[in-house]
Design a protein around this ligand. Structure first.
Ligand SMILES: Cc1cc2nc3c(=O)[nH]c(=O)nc-3n(C[C@H](O)[C@H](O)[C@H](O)COP(=O)(O)O)c2cc1C
Length: 330
């Protein structure tokens, strides 16, 4: 049989402006997950049709980052991204090597992305910027972002200072910008994806759910903690530093919150939220004396599938939710 006469089923897709901008099949982006998102996770998400990302936080040695990017390229032919936190690290050299390696997309969080976006001018690299509300989204668009990801108050990790919930942030950000919008914060299943699309978003950015997948570089105790967590098992710390973040409630976050309530110095608080506090949980599996980021969506997580199984499940659930809506709304 000639190739021309063979029936090749078209690859399943959910097409949005975000999938076109990022050249992916499903509008599902794995958020940067500090120390957790390495080549294996990024490649697994991308192989499943979403966009995986390698997180630079924890991989700040240029040789290590380059090796991780090359590993991801060996594991997938599909587009993937690299996530850059602005502020703590010197990222110029890391960004340059990421461009050199021809990575499809980069994302920025935690500061003014403008100088870095300038550095990317003249390249094909797609730029995503994390925001927590419409004003920041407009600034990101003006700075040259191709996609914004808005992260609501429910989300795990740093959530910005707007305290907008996802259901309010999505329509506000969609109205504020002309570029594709990803919605993040509290989304962990396909109904959440369908809801985000219904609110006008072009896709989702998922963080917490991707801690509890096989390819995530996180201690099993951390994955178990996400599976076991209830909706009230997270707290927001670091407000006193101006960088609020949602974490698993434990003995360590209680200490941080007490210190913040007592008005202890910034230095004293910094001591408690340094990388080693995170590493004790992510690498060491200590779930009590560590600062580990977890969002409210953990309450919806019941198992530890592979990233591919999860993406497939999410797509099926989103389609089922779409059918239900069509039935209800005509
Ligand atoms: C464990 C963890 C680590 C995170 N680290 C980063 C990071 O390094 N860079 C980043 O842009 N966002 C980071 N985030 C935020 C996620 O990328 C994503 O925007 C957010 O988790 C979405 O909300 P959700 O947790 O409800 O899915 C992190 C989130 C979690 C849960």
């Amino acid at each position: 049989m000639s190739t021309a006469s063979m029936h090749i089923p078209p690859m399943d897709r959910i097409e949005t402006r975000a999938t076109h901008a990022l050249n992916i099949r499903y509008p599902i982006v794995q958020g940067g997950l500090a120390r957790i998102a390495k080549a294996e996770l990024a490649a697994a998400v991308s192989n499943a049709g979403g966009m995986g990302q390698i997180a630079v936080a924890g991989l700040s040695d240029p040789d290590v980052l380059r090796a991780e990017i090359r590993k991801a390229k060996r594991l997938t032919q599909a587009p993937f991204g690299v996530n850059f936190p602005i502020g703590h690290l010197k990222i110029d050299a890391l960004l340059d090597l990421t461009i050199e390696e021809g990575v499809t997309a980069v994302s920025f969080t935690g500061g003014n992305p403008q100088p870095y976006i300038r550095r990317l001018e003249g390249t094909d690299t797609r730029v995503m910027v994390l925001v927590s509300g419409p004003e920041q989204a407009q600034k990101a668009e003006q700075a040259g972002a191709h996609v914004v990801a808005t992260v609501g108050y429910e989300g795990g990790g740093h959530i910005g200072r707007s305290d907008l919930t996802t259901i309010v942030a999505i329509p506000l950000v969609v109205r504020a910008v002309g570029i594709p919008v990803l919605a993040g914060g509290g989304i962990a299943d396909g109904a959440g994806l369908a809801a985000a699309l219904a609110l006008g978003a072009d896709g989702v950015e998922i963080g917490t759910r991707f801690i509890a997948v096989k390819e995530a570089f996180a201690h099993d105790n951390y994955k178990d903690a996400v599976v076991r967590a209830n909706a009230s098992d997270t707290v927001v710390v670091k407000r006193s530093l101006g960088t609020p973040g949602r974490a698993l409630a434990n003995a360590w976050t209680e200490r941080i919150l007490s210190a913040e309530a007592e008005g202890q110095s910034r230095e004293a608080i910094f001591e408690m939220v340094k990388a080693d506090a995170n590493e004790r949980g992510v690498f060491g599996g200590d779930m009590e004396s560590s600062l580990v980021w977890v969002g409210q969506a953990a309450a919806m997580v019941d198992d530890v599938p592979s990233a591919g199984e999860y993406v497939e499940r999410m797509v099926a659930e989103a389609k089922a939710a779409g059918k239900r809506l069509a039935r209800l709304l005509g």
